[in-house]
Design a protein around this ligand. Structure first.
Ligand SMILES: *[C@@H]1O[C@H](CO)[C@@H](O)[C@H](O)[C@H]1NC(C)=O
Ligand SMILES: *[C@@H]1O[C@H](CO)[C@@H](O)[C@H](O)[C@H]1NC(C)=O
Ligand SMILES: *[C@@H]1O[C@H](CO)[C@@H](O)[C@H](O)[C@H]1NC(C)=O
Ligand SMILES: *[C@@H]1O[C@H](CO)[C@@H](O)[C@H](O)[C@H]1NC(C)=O
Ligand SMILES: *[C@@H]1O[C@H](CO)[C@@H](O)[C@H](O)[C@H]1NC(C)=O
Ligand SMILES: *[C@@H]1O[C@H](CO)[C@@H](O)[C@H](O)[C@H]1NC(C)=O
Ligand SMILES: *[C@@H]1O[C@H](CO)[C@@H](O)[C@H](O)[C@H]1NC(C)=O
Ligand SMILES: *[C@@H]1O[C@H](CO)[C@@H](O)[C@H](O)[C@H]1NC(C)=O
Ligand SMILES: *[C@@H]1O[C@H](CO)[C@@H](O)[C@H](O)[C@H]1NC(C)=O
Ligand SMILES: *[C@@H]1O[C@H](CO)[C@@H](O)[C@H](O)[C@H]1NC(C)=O
Ligand SMILES: *[C@@H]1O[C@H](CO)[C@@H](O)[C@H](O)[C@H]1NC(C)=O
Ligand SMILES: *[C@@H]1O[C@H](CO)[C@@H](O)[C@H](O)[C@H]1NC(C)=O
Length: 682
């Protein structure tokens, strides 16, 4: 048997991340050491002989005595408890996050009239203890963070509005949301306040209730984040009073239930709402939930463009619910739910301006063991006079005829002789349907989706790709990896003329590919024509000195003489007069593909290690395709069982195993040749 496998692209992201991180570290190193008294920090000179000082993470217990030229101070991650000795007069940025500050006595911010950003996150400050005059000099302060200071949520904490009212220029306030929180009249004096972040994800939030007048004194808010605040009740219209509100996040208040949506969205038509996040507003475990028309009703006359309802056990939508969303909707995310098919899918075609639709990751089991031990009861719809919810199925029956005729409009009449055509809103650009438990074959059908560019359908069970799929000329990126697919027909990609990236790894389509000697499968894809760059060599062979004889007796006859590939063999083709490293780089860049003969001595050789790593870099950075590298694993490496080291190798690249029995050699080379032909053509 010939084992053949290609890895996923996930690793690319990881590698790039590491590279970016390395650059970031390098960048930081350009700061020089500097001293303030005994405190050693890193400083950077900025124009006008001013200094930025980074004293973070230095186990400082006291505040360094900063020179007056310091205008930017990072003291995060220290053990400072007393900041009474004060800061340089002209400072504009102070970060004291993660220290041991308990008190703000003796006017530490006295005269700091240039301070714009003050971060006091993750200390032990009792916010109730702020006193009149504390903030009075902070006339330029635009951003204040006091999150993560509550130590005991059962002791009362009061936000003293008369003291906060001194912050005349404040635009962004990030603060804990203590139980029974109120934002009193003093907040009316903070006329520029736009952003209020109370999220319990980055701080402590437990106020349980949003009354209809909670934000009454902050009428200019454009951004409100009340996620993860243990909220049980939201009164009708609490957000509808915020005329300028654009972004609202009520996520991770899991007892709200969809039943709270009418109250949350009430009068949002009087705001400027654009983004609504309601992820995780239902308990972790339980039967599937349903979005009803009444939940979306209030969004009808808004100009909202993005809604997020991820992690809600969402299984169905009431038919017609989608159609209540305004035409301004461009992005809908229903990821991490348990969606099943239903008539609501037809409504989807009415979304005229949708660009991104995310239904990825369906039916993933809830987190264990939290979901079992959670004490959670979400709100459910209580409908008295209006029996809509319970009679819902009847209504569906009554509406049945209507839907059938819609079916005809949108699908039925488009039956041509051979296939159905699905009309997808022409604005839809990206469809995320990965890990969505899509199950079945992909038959011949058509899509009318002029705007669609990217389709992510990886990690499903689309086990046979028959097609052809008509109307996919404009699709550029398609991911079908990991679909347990064992068959791709020669005409599946017949209309995929615009494809630039196609991911199909982690399937079992080797057989289909190798039987496609004429290359019909990819005949029409654009890259066959993407004027692709020409390379001097078809394959660069990477091998250790010990394998030279194998290269001469097997590789060259099989791949060069028989299959007609132009090979780069370093002992033969390496140009004279350049260094070994340079020669390797040049050869990699001149080759369409790199094939490594992975033997025991290959694994021990530092040059081969270098060659492999450089090839990977090329794969990631220039070819954008990890399959650029192909490994042939030799029996002496496996010895019946694959070592951790090898396993680590093959996790990333395509690989095949060199057979032990002579009778399998022909089969091996044949498969390899057709695979490489396929790759090089694509
Ligand atoms: C701060 O001022 C003192 C005294 O003028 C000087 O010795 C020290 O080098 C200065 N530190 C920095 C970082 O400029
Ligand atoms: C602070 O800045 C002002 C104006 O930019 C300047 O006149 C003054 O000398 C600075 N003060 C200190 C202590 O550097
Ligand atoms: C904090 O520092 C100030 C000034 O250095 C000092 O007067 C005060 O006693 C200190 N307070 C505490 C509690 O150590
Ligand atoms: C303050 O420092 C913390 C920890 O280093 C960092 O995460 C945060 O982004 C900084 N805050 C600001 C406002 O720059
Ligand atoms: C904060 O201070 C107030 C007023 O002194 C006090 O009632 C409350 O218990 C304090 N909170 C904590 C967590 O210590
Ligand atoms: C308050 O929030 C911070 C930051 O999220 C967290 O580290 C701390 O444990 C929280 N305290 C309480 C009492 O929940
Ligand atoms: C919040 O208010 C309720 C009702 O007035 C009261 O029972 C509770 O103790 C308060 N909680 C705190 C932490 O102040
Ligand atoms: C708001 O500002 C006005 C004028 O500066 C002042 O008279 C009033 O006391 C302030 N209100 C509060 C609650 O601080
Ligand atoms: C909606 O708000 C009203 C009061 O404004 C309240 O009586 C009702 O219980 C709220 N409904 C839900 C589901 O929270
Ligand atoms: C706005 O929405 C509310 C309910 O959320 C509704 O009562 C009102 O009629 C709507 N106004 C307009 C102009 O659509
Ligand atoms: C939505 O946008 C339209 C056109 O720009 C505007 O006339 C209308 O007032 C907006 N409605 C809301 C609720 O913002
Ligand atoms: C797609 O639909 C549009 C609008 O209904 C129509 O004009 C166009 O001809 C259709 N395209 C194809 C290829 O069927």
């Amino acid at each position: 048997m010939v084992v053949f496998f290609c890895g996923t692209l996930q690793k690319v992201v990881l590698h790039l991340f590491i590279i970016t991180k390395a650059f970031a570290t390098l960048h930081k190193k350009s700061w020089d050491n500097c001293y303030f008294g005994s405190a050693e920090c890193k400083c950077q000179k900025v124009p006008n002989n001013l200094l930025k000082a980074d004293c973070s993470g230095r186990r400082l217990h006291t505040l360094p005595v900063f020179n007056t030229s310091v205008i930017w101070i990072d003291l995060s991650n220290n053990e400072i408890s007393n900041i009474s000795s004060g800061f340089p007069r002209n400072v504009s940025y102070i970060n004291l996050s993660e220290n041991n500050i308990q008190e703000l006595v003796m006017h530490p911010f006295h005269r700091l009239s240039n301070l714009k950003t003050l971060n006091l996150e993750r200390n032990m400050i009792n916010i109730t203890m702020v006193y009149s005059g504390l903030f009075a000099d902070l006339t330029s302060l635009t951003e204040l963070s006091l999150k993560g200071n509550i130590q005991n949520k059962f002791k009362p904490t009061v936000i003293k509005d008369d003291v906060f009212s001194e912050l005349k220029s404040l635009e962004t306030l990030k603060i804990d949301g203590p139980a029974n929180v109120t934002f009193g009249k003093g907040f009316q004096n903070i006329t520029m306040l736009q952003k209020l972040d109370l999220s319990g994800i980055t701080g402590n939030c437990s106020f349980q209730r949003i009354s209809h007048n909670m934000f009454l004194n902050m009428p200019k808010l454009t951004y409100v984040d009340v996620s993860a605040c243990d909220i049980l009740d939201i009164e009708e219209g609490a957000f509808g009073k915020l005329q300028y509100l654009e972004h609202l996040d009520v996520s991770h208040n899991k007892q709200l239930g969809f039943a709270s949506l009418p109250n949350i969205t009430h009068n949002l038509n009087k705001t400027s709402i654009r983004v609504l996040r309601g992820n995780g507003i239902n308990c972790l475990s339980g039967i599937g939930t349903k979005i009803l028309k009444r939940h979306f009703e209030n969004l009808k006359h808004t100009n909202i463009s993005e809604i997020y309802f991820e992690k809600n056990r969402l299984e169905q939508l009431e038919p017609g619910a989608f159609r209540l969303l305004p035409n301004t909707i461009t992005s809908i995310s229903f990821g991490e739910n348990k969606l099943t098919q239903g008539r609501y899918i037809l409504d989807y075609f009415f979304l005229q301006n949708i660009r991104v639709y995310n239904i990825s990751v369906q039916l993933r089991p809830p987190p264990f063991p939290e979901s079992i031990f959670e004490q959670c009861a979400e709100k459910t719809d209580v409908l008295h006079e209006n029996k809509q919810y319970f009679d819902n199925e009847d209504i569906q029956e009554k509406e049945g005829n209507k839907y059938e005729s819609m079916m005809n409009d949108f699908i039925g009449s488009k039956w041509n002789e051979h296939h159905v055509t699905f009309y997808i809103p022409k604005t839809l650009e990206v469809l995320y349907a990965n890990m969505s438990r899509l199950y079945g074959t992909v038959p011949e059908f058509g899509i009318n989706a002029t705007g669609a560019r990217e389709i992510y359908a990886q990690d499903n069970f689309l086990y046979s790709w028959d097609g052809p799929v008509h109307g996919m000329e404009n699709i550029k990126i398609m991911d079908l990896s990991n679909n347990f697919c064992s068959h791709i027909s020669k005409s599946f990609l017949k209309y995929a003329r615009g494809l630039t990236t196609l991911r199909m790894s982690k399937n079992d389509i080797g057989k289909s590919l190798s039987s496609d000697m004429e290359g019909e499968i990819f005949k029409n894809t654009v890259s066959m024509k993407a004027d692709s760059p020409s390379y001097e060599y078809d394959i660069m062979i990477s091998y250790s000195a010990k394998e030279l004889s194998f290269v001469l007796t097997d590789v060259i006859p099989r791949l060069e003489n028989e299959a007609g590939f132009q090979l780069y063999i370093k002992d033969r083709d390496e140009p004279a007069g350049i260094s070994c490293g340079e020669a390797i780089m040049e050869a990699i860049q001149k080759s369409k593909r790199v094939v490594c003969l992975v033997t025991k001595s290959f694994l021990k050789s530092t040059w081969q290690d270098y060659e492999l790593n450089m090839s990977r870099m090329e794969a990631i950075e220039d070819r954008e395709n990890l399959n650029f590298v192909h490994l042939i694993i030799f029996p002496d490496v496996c010895n019946g069982s694959i070592s951790i080291q090898t396993l680590d190798l093959v996790r990333q690249e395509c690989f095949s195993e060199y057979p032990e029995e002579e009778c399998a050699f022909d089969d091996f080379w044949e498969t390899l040749i057709s695979h490489i032909k396929e790759f090089n053509r694509y």
